[in-house]
Design a binder for this molecule. Structure first.
Ligand code: PLP
Length: 441
């Protein structure tokens, strides 16, 4: 991020920044003007609030999530193998899981992930993660002296057979009692763009439950849905490479419901959400939904961190949600990302060598690029260093793998973002990178 900000000639396809041009400047000005026009609305916004967050924002967040999950079930663009298009939802799902009393508003979802990890884990504990996963989460684990085990990731979520193998292996090694959670980035994953189907969420929740008796405590599913609302709304082609090009069947699951709709979710699912990506990263407000007793533990930690997220920002977001401005902005942002992703796809097809596999995104901010197995794209590799010399930056995929003693980290992958760069810079950046790849592979 620092490199992106401090080297004007550098084209960063690395940072997970959102699109600059479509940030809601005019919308936010209008909302803040409304808010601060009268003392009656201005004063509460400029005062301390509560640790859990402002009630209107928690209520609007609950309603918003409930609406998203309900529409995922009925949406015609959303089809899941083995899942009924519609079904009767239980009273518990409708009223319990999305209750504002279970929601905490945080300084970005990053703060929420940190506090949740602190609440759940003691030093030496284990968190299972997708292999690869969101690298800043890995650094939270590292900073707290926690261990991570990776579960292989497929285009539709973790490999269930591998998850079972990892759990069985930990059980055999007498380590199951150290396993506290499975952390998943379930929509348009950072870094791969993969989306976890509801069928997989259902199956893995069941699997975790099966191992709880041997663990002696709950094993939580932490569902990080940071990119959930950034679905392009169209069909995504599964991995393509300019060479193979015979497109495999298109991914149909554009944005499945969250694990909150599943039986037992109220006790075991910890949901991390954010308004950063869909609205503005500079506003930096996130939220979480938690079961007891984790909710109370996280609330206490939040009390010690900052006893409440900035009230002004919470009021701003509450107004954006209630007025419909949030949805209108999001519609524009999604179209914009879809367009930039298409620009990136075309540029890759034109400039990248043929023997490269690309996981195409159906939403979110990233493409995942896999070079031939023996080629390194890591931080110290010739490819990364030459790319940097040529003023183009990507995230080396190796950074997204946990320090897992059970496997070697692949070094042949790259995360490439279309989030921040303009369409023009995406074209230029991919062209520069393509030149480096053609020369060095
Ligand atoms: C998967 C994932 N989770 C959480 C976050 C944190 O975002 P924020 O703290 O802005 O909500 C990010 C940011 O890039 C992310 O990629």
């Amino acid at each position: 991020m620092q490199a992106a900000l401090s080297r004007p000639k550098l084209i960063s396809l690395a940072a997970g920044f959102t699109d600059n041009a479509s940030l809601p400047v005019a919308e936010s000005r209008r909302l803040l003007n409304e808010l601060l026009r009268a003392t009656k609305t201005g004063r509460p916004a400029l005062q301390y609030g509560t640790t859990a967050g402002e009630e209107p924002l928690r209520r609007l967040t609950a309603e918003h999530l409930h609406k998203l999950d309900s529409s995922s079930f009925s949406s015609s663009s959303f089809v899941l193998e083995n899942e009924p298009r519609t079904r009767t939802r239980t009273k518990d799902e409708d009223e319990g899981n999305y209750s504002p009393e279970r929601i905490i508003i945080t300084g970005g979802s990053q703060q929420f992930l940190y506090m949740t990890t602190e609440a759940l884990c003691d030093e030496g504990d284990i968190v299972l993660v997708e292999d690869p996963t969101y690298f800043v989460f890995l650094s939270i684990l590292q900073s707290r002296n926690l261990r991570a085990h990776g579960v292989q990731l497929e285009r539709d979520g973790v490999d269930l057979a591998h998850l079972e193998m990892v759990l069985a292996r930990l059980k055999k090694a007498g380590e199951l009692r150290r396993v506290k959670a499975l952390y998943l980035v379930t929509y348009f994953q950072n870094p791969t763009g993969a989306t976890t189907t509801l069928a997989k969420k259902r199956a893995l929740l069941k699997l975790l439950k099966q191992y709880e008796r041997a663990a002696g405590h709950p094993i939580y599913l932490i569902e990080d849905a940071a990119y959930r609302e950034l679905a392009f709304g169209g069909r995504a082609d599964l991995p393509f490479s300019p060479a193979e090009r015979q497109l495999r069947p298109a991914a149909k699951n554009i944005a499945p419901p969250t694990a909150l709709v599943l039986p037992g979710a109220k006790e075991r699912v910890i949901y991390a959400g954010t308004y950063s990506k869909p609205y503005a990263t500079g506003v930096r407000v996130g939220f979480g939904i938690l079961p007891e007793p984790v909710y109370t533990a996280v609330l206490r930690i939040k009390g010690n961190h900052d006893f409440g997220t900035a009230n002004l920002l919470q009021h701003l977001l509450a107004r954006a949600l209630a007025s419909g401005l949030y949805d209108r902005h999001l519609a524009v942002a999604r179209k914009n990302y879809a367009r930039k992703a298409a620009v990136m796809k075309r540029a890759m097809a034109e400039h990248f060598p043929a023997n490269i596999e690309i996981w195409e995104a159906a939403g979110g901010l990233y493409f995942w690029v896999r070079l031939p197995k023996k080629v390194s794209a890591g931080v110290n590799s010739k490819i990364f260093q030459t790319a940097l010399k040529n003023d183009v930056l990507y995230v080396p995929g190796e950074l997204c793998y946990a320090e897992d003693p059970w496997r070697r980290k692949p070094a042949n992958e790259m995360r490439i973002s279309f989030g921040h760069a303009s369409a023009e810079n995406i074209r230029a950046g991919i062209k520069r990178l393509g030149k480096v790849l053609r020369k060095l592979i």
